[in-house]
Design a protein. Structure first.
Length: 425
């Protein structure tokens, strides 16, 4: 019986921290054997007490076994299924705060007693804090970082590297362009240039976006003052440049045509307004400058007259008109004369222009019948009075003769030879 009882207690309390002393149990057993002759009532009570002790020990052992298995299962589940915390904190296991142990007091083991005295059988509340070794602590303190869906992302605990080189490249991808002139006249063109060999130039013109590649140029003619805003691809302003366009000039002129002045046909033109300079163009020919200019057209027809002016700002402007010449210039010669007439102005023949002009010439009168020369003159005052210089006699009247004039110093655009007919009345 002793061996069986000792074996039962050892197996029940083998895994736990219960104060076990074999000598104490031997003392109890000796006391029981020594007092075997006691009264039956005492023996019966002792049997019941021992039975209660066995039942209590088994119950206690069962309780601790179940409690340990539960704790072990909780620890294993916690180790494998710990909840992931985003703030990187450790998941701690929950353990029972305390357990109840049975302590047998056998301090009076050496004393001789007639009755077994089991004292100080009590339930002691013991702190059940695990004596965790450093290795166990490391395994229990589980730190799990929050995982992101994209496995290519870096962990939050690692520094995020930003490539500043790309930012620098983007910032320098667009620059402000250069303009050829900040002040222009109406109709003039300017150039917007990209001086860089790597960056681009971006701006807006006439509601259209223009992007200049490296070393390229854009040419346009502004009609009014305009501000050019150079921006990047995000429309962020880099620099603004203002282009001033001067006020437009509107020149005009008047003219007088089909008139003669000093024996020459002239067109007189006169410009309106006060300008720095004037330049006239007659049928593609440039004439002398000035606000008032005269020009001669010697043939019948329509001619273009253009005016170019320059104002105080240095801006140029043009205008043009068409002039019609009704008759061909022929030295203003009359077509008949009457040597014996009452009007002395009509008694001789000499082209009127030759009398008005300071010009060197030679006039010849020819008989159309035999092509004989009837008269020649190099002096405007020496007009033909109808006499045949070969015979000295008056030529027949009511007859048509041929005249020819050669000009030795014609004016520009003037032909050097004129010819016509005249009737001797």
């Amino acid at each position: 019986m002793k061996d069986n009882l000792e074996k039962a207690f050892k197996e029940s309390l083998e895994e736990y921290e219960v104060a076990y002393d074999p000598k104490a149990w031997d003392a109890v057993n000796a006391q029981m054997n020594k007092n075997a002759s006691s009264t039956s009532s005492i023996g019966s009570a002792l049997k019941w007490l021992l039975a209660l002790l066995i039942i209590g020990g088994v119950s206690t052992a069962t309780y601790f076994l179940l409690e340990k298995e539960t704790i072990t299962e909780i620890s294993e589940v916690t180790d494998t299924n710990a909840e992931i915390k985003s703030d990187n904190t450790a998941v701690q296991q929950t353990e029972p705060k305390s357990k109840k142990l049975i302590t047998l007091d056998s301090s009076n083991e050496g004393e001789d007693k007639s009755v077994i005295s089991i004292e100080n059988i009590e339930e002691t509340e013991v702190d059940f804090k695990e004596n965790v070794r450093s290795s166990d602590k490391e395994s229990d303190a589980i730190v799990v970082e929050e995982k992101e869906a994209n496995v290519n992302h870096q962990k939050q605990t690692e520094p995020i590297l930003v490539d500043k080189r790309n930012e620098s490249t983007d910032a320098k991808q667009y620059i402000a362009g250069n303009i050829s002139s900040a002040i222009v006249c109406p109709g003039e063109t300017i150039e917007i240039m990209n001086p860089s060999s790597s960056e681009k130039v971006r701006f807006e013109i006439n509601s259209n976006w223009v992007v200049l590649q490296p070393n390229k140029t854009h040419v346009f003619a502004p009609t009014e003052s305009v501000q050019i805003d150079f921006v990047n691809d995000k429309n962020e302003l880099i620099e603004s440049k203002y282009i001033k366009v001067h006020e437009a000039v509107n020149p005009d002129f008047t003219f007088e045509a089909n008139i003669f002045e000093k024996g020459l046909p002239v067109v007189i033109v006169e410009a309106f307004g006060d300008y720095k300079s004037y330049q006239w163009e007659f049928d593609g020919e440039i004439a002398k400058p000035g606000a008032i200019v005269k020009h001669s057209f010697f043939d019948k027809g329509d001619y273009s007259v253009a005016l170019k002016v320059t104002d105080a700002n240095g801006c140029n402007a043009f205008t043009s008109k068409t002039i019609r010449i009704r008759e061909k210039y022929n030295l203003m010669a009359m077509d008949a004369f009457k040597p014996n007439g009452a009007d002395f102005r009509n008694r001789t023949f000499m082209p009127y222009s030759l009398k008005e002009r300071d010009v060197r010439f030679q006039m010849t009168i020819v008989d159309p019948v035999d092509n004989g020369v009837l008269f020649t003159s190099t002096d405007a005052e020496n007009a033909w009075d109808g006499t045949d210089q070969r015979t000295g006699k008056m030529t027949p009247s009511n007859k048509t003769y041929i005249w020819k004039v050669q000009i030795f110093n014609p004016v520009p655009n003037e032909r050097p030879i004129y010819a016509g007919t005249v009737v001797h009345n």
